[in-house]
Design a protein around this ligand. Structure first.
Ligand SMILES: Cc1ncc(COP(=O)(O)O)c(C=O)c1O
Length: 481
């Protein structure tokens, strides 16, 4: 093409493509609209439902390929996304594992997205990578990990567990024929993402031992020790123990110190999934976590116990070479970015190359607020759990054993078919939706679960939950009479 024609053609496309760089006055307008929308959303939260079980109108979300106004899109977002299903930003979300999503975390994401810095390798953005690593260093301090341990900020607990388990696999070189004789120890209370990770990393055919639980749903360490001895006597290859520091069902913390001792004695990798419970180490519950510092790898989710918006989990690993083994690769196109200390670059410690700059959504809130409000919030959640359980007992409910942390369960001791009664009660609670609770099965018994971890859950939220449960109980009694 002649140069003039080329310039002409570029100019034509420039006009249309320039629409993607929104100009300053329009940006200010958009900032105002979005600020109003988010502020209204937050102010309305205490008065709105936490669960709305309605069908969405998918056709309103269809992409037509044509431009629409922001006002129209925000309306659709509100109707079809915010006002449907569970509202995780609400303090009334006390099902599954909530967190809330603090505003400072959202600001961190906004800044990360606008500046679009590349947090995968330090050559590209030494500052962003330094922030990622500073967050990891802060976590190492909290959990008593040595400074030469490495870590990564992943999307959540599932991917963080996957990274840790792959490191354990590679440390012990569990591959080929070795897979079917190698043994992993966990409990039926381990989170299902562990099984998922094992399948993904090629360990589907490994031998899994579900170690007996004690009456508090914690790993029975005598049973663990005996099982390892039996497996060794049978020429099997024990290599990994997976403990929980805060199980999803009941919030139990396994006896970490004893398990650490057993792992050391038999030379096994000791992994702790503290995705939910980990940050309670900063509270009066600290002693329950004794032994966590001896773990070879640890997972903790800031989008749970630090109340950050969804999308951040963390993994810490002591043996850098084992995690580098699976994740460090290079390509010719990366030759400018090679550094001596491979573990500095997040891209070498995770399956991600281009990664979201997650460090900022944690670094910024920690720097803005300091640690104390986070600790106070966790202590508050522990006390609210006790408060909730006391109120439930007064209503005639049975409650599970006193929890280690802020997850517990309850059920109504109906005289006939208690499972059916409690399932109907759960449906009535969901129909109301003022507060959201979820359910689980404990030894085949249908129970209603409470998980108090949102920073927005306050005493008035628990009072609201009690009022809601009381009227759902009455409806259930009448409905089933
Ligand atoms: C103990 C535990 N581990 C792992 C996970 C999975 O984490 P994520 O949902 O962030 O992937 C959860 C989620 O609730 C959990 O409670």
């Amino acid at each position: 093409m002649q140069e003039d024609d080329l310039i002409n053609l570029i100019s034509q496309y420039e006009i249309k493509s320039a629409e993607l760089e929104i100009n300053l006055s329009k940006r200010k307008e958009i900032n105002d609209i979005v600020a109003k929308f988010t502020n209204d959303f937050i102010e309305r939260l205490p008065y709105s439902k936490s669960f709305i079980n309605k069908n969405i109108q998918k056709e309103r979300l269809e992409i037509s390929g044509l431009p629409h106004s922001l006002e129209e899109l925000l309306l659709k977002y509100s109707d079809e996304v915010i006002e449907t299903g569970i509202k995780p930003a609400s303090g009334g979300h006390i099902g599954y594992i909530p967190g809330g999503g603090i505003f400072a975390g959202a600001i961190g994401d906004f800044l990360a997205a606008v500046s679009n810095v590349y947090a995968g390798v330090s050559f590209a953005s030494p500052g962003a990578v330094a922030i990622e690593n500073e967050v990891i260093n802060w976590l190492k301090k909290i959990f008593g990990f040595p400074q030469n341990a490495v870590g990564n900020l992943a999307s959540g607990g599932s991917v963080s567990n996957l990274i840790a388990l792959a490191a354990a696999r590679d440390k012990f070189q569990i591959k080929n024929d070795k897979v079917i004789t190698s043994v992993i120890y966990l409990t039926t209370q381990s989170h299902h993402c562990i099984q998922k990770a094992l399948r993904i990393i090629g360990l589907e055919d490994v031998i899994i031992r579900y170690v007996t639980l004690d009456n508090y749903f914690k790993m029975d360490t005598m049973a663990l020790k005996q099982q390892i001895e039996t497996d060794l006597a049978n020429d099997l290859n024990p290599f990994l123990i997976i403990a929980s520091a805060g199980t999803t069902d009941v919030g139990a913390i396994d006896p970490l110190d004893e398990i650490a001792g057993i792992a050391k004695r038999f030379n096994l990798w000791f992994h702790v999934d503290a995705a939910y419970g980990g940050f309670f180490i900063m509270t009066s519950k600290k002693d329950l976590f004794k032994g966590i510092e001896q773990a070879d790898s640890l997972v903790v989710d800031p989008h749970k116990g630090m109340f950050l918006p969804y999308g951040i989990g963390a993994v810490l690993i002591k043996d850098a070479s084992s995690v580098l083994h699976a994740n460090h690769y290079s390509g010719n196109y990366m030759q400018d970015a090679v550094i001596d200390d491979l573990a500095i670059d997040p891209a070498n410690l995770s399956p991600e190359l281009t990664k979201h700059f997650r460090g900022l959504r944690m670094w910024l809130p920690l720097q803005l607020h300091g640690e104390e409000p986070f600790i106070a919030c966790l202590e508050e959640k522990l006390l609210l759990t006790e408060y909730f359980r006391q109120k439930l007992l007064l209503l005639g409910f049975k409650v599970g054993p006193a929890p280690d942390l802020s997850v517990s369960y309850f059920w109504y001791p109906a005289s006939k078919d208690a499972n059916k009664f409690n399932r109907t009660l759960m449906q009535n609670i969901h129909k109301d939706g003022s507060v959201f609770l979820s359910s689980t099965l404990i030894d085949e018994h249908f129970v209603i679960r409470m998980a108090i971890l949102s920073f927005r859950t306050k005493r008035y939220t628990i009072d609201k939950a009690i009022d809601m449960i009381k009227s759902a109980l009455e409806s259930t009694k009448h409905g089933l009479a």
